[in-house]
Design a protein around this ligand. Structure first.
Ligand SMILES: [Zn+2]
Length: 79
């Protein structure tokens, strides 16, 4: 990763596993990925590979191509 300091606030960045929620169409998926996280403001930076993976999963959700995805529950909208 090229960043050792946060591009937003200049704080120190550390590598952490984070939970990311992706949406595509009416579906959503949760995954755990490594990100560079700012200790000061919480800004997250992802690697190019991770961003590409996000795009792939968003595309699958939007196209209802859900065979590789494991359902873990239901998502509700609060009126
Ligand atoms: Zn920051």
């Amino acid at each position: 990763m090229p960043f050792t300091h946060c591009p937003t606030c200049g704080g120190e960045m550390v590598t952490k596993e984070v939970e990311k929620l992706l949406r595509g169409g009416v579906h959503a998926a949760v995954l755990h990925v490594d990100a560079e996280v700012c200790l000061r403001c919480g800004e997250r930076l992802y690697s190019m590979e991770t961003v590409r993976r996000f795009e792939q999963i968003r595309g699958k959700l939007a196209c209802e191509d859900l065979d590789d995805l494991q359902p873990i529950g239901r998502t509700f909208r609060v009126a």
